[in-house]
Write a protein that binds this ligand. Structure first.
Ligand code: AHM
Ligand code: MG
Length: 336
């Protein structure tokens, strides 16, 4: 019975992905192994984030501990954990992390076929006040594992095989797409397992929420300014949209995915390419949005068609409900 107090048939993320991959006869289980290492990183960061508030008491992240050693900042620590977990999986060949200036090419003996781009702890300025933060990741396949090059990760987002994020919030939620829809898993702390809680997530076709840093309004371009004006003062008789902005991309995108609406990080006069990074912020979130039935647009094109030239490149981004993104696209189209 679905209503049983204790479910006895648990769909863990590992079981789910193994099921998905078994549809492909050529599958060697490599992807499942890779994912289990990402999941390990997420569990580690989740525990560390939950303890962050106790830092002063027990000496974590950035504080000096009882031995008088300087502790690592949480984002640095998270990065190390992810890099080590990914390398030791034996399934990766190139890693691009927000925390590292250069891409990491995995040494020959530990090399596999996957390239992972990730932001180990996004929104880390929010840690000290207990606001939700997250890890974002995208996965590509290398062309030739004997000769991995930077071009293997400078690929349009539509070439990603999988993308996801883990949100460290009131609960720890991992949202994943392997290109066949979007599924959400919640960490059961007593089991240490992510359990399928949000099967086949679809974003509402139109939403009632817009999400943007309005403090930048003075520097916006005309289409963004017009769009936000329309959200507040609709001329077609519809109700104004609500504004929600956490300032933590994972949390803002998670809400957008579940409740619908639009998330914007536009270009402005001070940052003509916006703020968010193409490889490990814009692409994974755009991939998830499209897989959930929404859209992602850069102000010029479908976000997933952008071809990055540098690993830490930025791009403006508008993503969310299909109809809401359609409106901003129309405003940019009218501009030219
Ligand atoms: P970070 O990588 O330095 O943490 O910055 C990324 C974060 C995103 O999580 C969030 O969407 C954005 O910055 C908020 O930026 P702003 O404070 O300019 O509104
Ligand atoms: Mg970031």
């Amino acid at each position: 019975h679905e209503a049983d107090a204790y479910r006895t048939d648990l769909m863990t993320i590992t079981r789910f992905v193994l099921n998905e991959q078994s549809k492909y006869p050529e599958s060697r289980g490599d992807f499942s192994i890779l994912l289990s290492h990402i999941v390990l990183g997420c569990k580690f960061v989740c525990t560390a984030v939950n303890k962050a508030g106790l830092a002063k008491l027990i000496g974590l992240a950035g504080e000096t501990n009882v031995q008088g050693e300087e502790q690592k900042k949480l984002d640095v620590l998270s990065n190390e954990v992810f890099v080590k977990a990914l390398v030791s999986s034996g399934r990766t060949c190139i890693l691009v992390s927000e925390e590292d200036e250069e891409a990491t090419f995995v040494e020959h003996s530990k090399r596999g076929r996957y390239c992972v781009v990730f932001d180990p702890l996004d929104g880390s300025s929010n840690i000290d006040c207990g606001v939700s933060i997250g890890t974002i990741f995208g996965i590509y396949m290398v062309k030739d594992d004997h000769d991995p090059t930077l071009d293997d990760v400078l690929q349009p987002g539509k070439h990603m095989l999988a993308a996801g994020y883990c949100m460290y919030g009131s609960s720890c939620t991992l949202v994943l797409s392997t290109g066949e829809g979007v599924n959400g898993f919640t960490l059961d702390p007593s089991l240490g397992e992510f359990i399928l809680t949000h099967p086949d997530i679809k974003i509402p076709k139109k939403g009632k929420i817009y999400s943007v840093n309005e403090g930048n309004a003075k520097n916006w371009d005309a289409p963004t300014a017009k769009y936000v004006e329309k959200c507040k003062f609709p001329k077609d008789g519809s109700s104004p949209k609500s504004l929600r902005y956490i300032g933590s991309m994972v949390a803002d995108v998670h809400r957008t995915l579940l409740y619908g609406g639009i998330f914007l990080y536009p270009a402005d006069k001070k940052s003509p390419n916006g703020k968010l990074r193409v490889l490990y912020e814009v692409f994974p979130m755009s991939f998830l949005m499209e897989q959930a039935g929404g859209q992602a647009f850069t102000g010029k094109q479908r976000a997933l068609e952008l071809i990055p030239e540098k690993i830490h490149e930025r791009s403006p981004i508008f993503l969310g409900s299909y109809d809401d993104v359609e409106e901003i696209k129309a405003l940019y189209a009218a501009e030219v």
